[in-house]
Design a protein around this ligand. Sequence first.
Ligand SMILES: Nc1ncnc2c1ncn2[C@@H]1O[C@H](COP(=O)(O)OP(=O)(O)O)[C@@H](O)[C@H]1O
Ligand SMILES: [Mg+2]
Length: 423
Amino acid sequence: MAAISPSPNSGVSSSDFVLPDEPPDRETAEGWAQWRRSRRSFVAAPFLDLRTYRALSPRDKAFHDLHRRATHANLPMLETPMSATVSRLLHSRMQTNSLNAGPSTRPGVMINGGGNQGKTETTAEAAASFEEMWLHLRQRCDPEPLPGVRDVRCTVAYVQTPVKATPKATCESILDFFGDHISRSATLTQLIRQVRTSLRDHRTRVLILDDITRLRMHRVDDQDTLDLLRSLMSMRVTLILVGVGIPKSGLLRGAQRDATGQWAFEPYALDADWADDETTQTERRFDLADLEPFRYGTAEDIAHFVTHLAGLEGQLRLFNARPGMLTGGIMPEYVYRRTGGVVGYIERLIGDGAALAMDTGTEEINEGVLDRVLIRAGGPRRDAASGEEGEVPPQPASMKGRRKPRNKVLDDPGVPASSTAVT
Ligand SMILES: Nc1ncnc2c1ncn2[C@@H]1O[C@H](COP(=O)(O)OP(=O)(O)O)[C@@H](O)[C@H]1O
Ligand SMILES: [Mg+2]
């Protein structure tokens, strides 16, 4: 990690700002733990007024601008009414299941929603905070490893389903998370057994399979996929399946919805070796939770949306920012129209808008600035064919043919523009 510092006593930053390193790879046990420990460590730039900024040395100005840019590029997760509901459900399931010492089945959770609606981050955050609590309690709940033996505990395993996944490749991804040996010639049955052993050896309580809807259910190996999922459901972990369009994907095939809204799968005993013996005879239950975008229909909906914008506004470090910059006048309606209330698009619009406000020197966000931000679908690690991008609402027609104005407001050009998308 590269730490850069401003001049001593410049007031530019109270702590050394650390340039973000490669993000940890959450799909390995080590990377997941590193992410969990560091996920709240980013320190936003301090608020400086323009007078104070102008009095800084060129070096401190450059430092502060860099820190402001990093702040806009690392907007924090904010609790939304939708994420709060999903988090509560996840916490309740993870805790109850993990404290249950008996052989009874453990209900799982499926998180369904469109692309960029926060499914991955909400689930990862809930699992990470559960894990923190669990590690805290672990002396009581979980015996310490024997002296001299490597602690291989992984309370949470996070696995992204491979694109065009097959059941075998999915098992391999789970084993890869733990770094456990994979025999490439193993059959699916052998791999599932290995997964079960790994989950036990690592005392895993929660297994997250993200983007599960990559496992298409119209292929020849449909039955294998169902067998895999049913057998994972029969292992003693809280299974969390996250995906786009779960109800239509075929994953719920054979399940019945009961009066409480939970889905119940038939008892599964195809091969008792795959599962924990006592659990094969009992049905498996799942909650299906939808993570939806903001709505804009009622006064209450609008109030929730405006609260989210106010939260983002508080994170921006722009010199001409005024209270109500994102929440006053037509801005909420404008942002809603641009983003459809999808958290991921809102984050991109405002983050890129703030970068553009710095590039152009306007140092505030207004409709004119946001008109020039293109919300691009297409992120790394997203499979568009599986609907993981979602649908970006139409972009403003006024963006076409505009040129970027020059910075005339501030006396320091600061740091070169980042990768903000400008047409
Ligand atoms: N509650 C939230 N507050 C602010 N930003 C969020 C929130 N939830 C998600 N995001 C941001 O939205 C983007 C998309 O989220 P992600 O969890 O990857 O969506 P999905 O898995 O549904 O496609 C991420 O950059 C994430 O940081
Ligand atoms: Mg995701």
